[in-house]
Design a protein around this ligand. Structure first.
Ligand SMILES: NC(=O)c1ccc[n+]([C@@H]2O[C@H](COP(=O)([O-])OP(=O)(O)OC[C@H]3O[C@@H](n4cnc5c(N)ncnc54)[C@H](O)[C@@H]3O)[C@@H](O)[C@H]2O)c1
Ligand SMILES: O=C(O)C[C@H](O)C(=O)O
Length: 309
């Protein structure tokens, strides 16, 4: 294949993302992990499924960043997931150390790559990756809004008994309890859900979306969600690899847009072959803008806390 994507972290999210990338025939995939044998074993297992799944993507598993050289995109999932009773923010210290060392290696071997950050706490990890890579802000993109919006869409479709394909949703802000689902911009066949559901039902779905990650953690007990997160990261990668120019909610470095400065926050952006091609500024109502600022404040406190670590 003419495109190469590295996935760092061969755990639940990373291996599932590698599977989806290969089975969609988007690129060759290099799976890297610190654990010896894990990326090699998973890549070989996925390669042995290829004759049945009918794809020719080349899958390599390695502990050596040399094999990642020249990647077009690098999806970073390395780090620990939370367990029941933990918040994503509890992962800050461990995962920021991991992110720093991973990104230094990646930036050296693939200086032109576009980074898709997945590790938590997501918005703070984007800052670490941005600083450690020295990459242009257009090439450091956090995955959260696509996942949170997919959860909201799933709940909307179940509530109204319609196809998920008819749904569209926007969840902006940081990837934490203060995230901002926007019912006004969430639709079924183009009709805003504010015209299809009572306020009480919308509030219930918004709350479930905000705690969607914790709901899965409490069910799995040993870690966090990975099927939907992998799908979300791969949708972003696909838009870049195919230059589709999809408008997707992603965590990006804002410099004044939405009155937010010097912070990674989830907003709608256009994703194409050069990374973030445009930040789409939608006009928010006062309460929506206030919620977004509150979410940005929460991200800022975490970034400040990181500086003191
Ligand atoms: N942004 C999101 O919406 C979102 C969604 C799901 C998961 N996550 C986050 O993604 C991360 C991974 O989740 P998971 O379920 O795949 O966890 P996992 O434990 O299954 O996999 C993580 C992998 O990272 C590897 N790793 C650790 N340190 C490394 C290093 N220095 N270099 C390379 N690899 C290293 C581990 O060996 C492990 O295989 C977690 O931080 C989780 O919170 C974020
Ligand atoms: O909730 C988590 O810890 C993982 C991820 O951020 C999610 O939303 O599923």
């Amino acid at each position: 294949m003419d495109k190469k994507v590295t996935v760092v972290g061969a755990g639940n999210v990373g291996a599932t993302a590698a599977q989806r990338l290969a089975e969609k025939q988007l690129c060759d995939v290099v799976l890297v992990d610190i654990a010896e044998g894990l990326p090699q074993g998973k890549a070989l297992d996925l390669a042995e499924a290829a004759p049945i799944e009918k794809h020719d993507a080349c899958l390599t598993g390695t502990n050596d960043y040399g094999e990642t050289a020249g990647s077009d995109i690098v999806i970073i999932t390395a780090g620990i997931p939370r367990k029941p009773g933990m918040s994503r923010d509890d992962l800050l210290k461990t995962n920021s150390d991991i992110m720093k060392s991973v990104v230094k290696n990646i930036a050296e071997k693939s200086p032109d790559a576009i980074l898709i950050i997945v590790s938590n706490p997501l918005d703070a990890m984007c800052h670490v990756a941005f600083e450690a890579s020295g990459f242009d802000k257009k090439r450091v993109i956090g995955m959260a809004g696509v996942l949170d919006s997919a959860r909201f869409r799933c709940f909307i479709a179940r509530e109204l008994n319609v196809s998920v394909e008819n749904t569209h949703a926007f969840v902006l802000g940081g990837h934490g309890d203060t995230m901002v689902p926007l019912p006004r911009f969430s639709t079924v066949a183009g009709i805003p859900i504010t015209e299809l559901m009572s306020k009480d039902r919308i509030d219930a779905l918004v709350d479930r979306t905000r705690t969607g990650g914790a709901e899965i953690v409490s069910l799995l007990k040993t870690g966090s969600a990975f099927y939907a997160p992998a799908s979300a990261a791969v949708e972003m990668a696909e838009s870049i690899l195919k230059d589709k120019k999809k408008i997707l909610p992603c965590a990006v470095y804002l410099e004044g847009e939405y009155n937010i400065n010097g912070l990674f926050i989830g907003v709608p952006v256009k994703l194409g072959s050069t990374g973030i091609e445009e930040v789409i500024e939608i006009e928010l109502k006062d309460d929506e803008a206030a919620d977004l600022q509150k979410s940005a404040d929460a991200v800022r406190s975490l970034v400040d806390a990181m500086a003191a670590l």
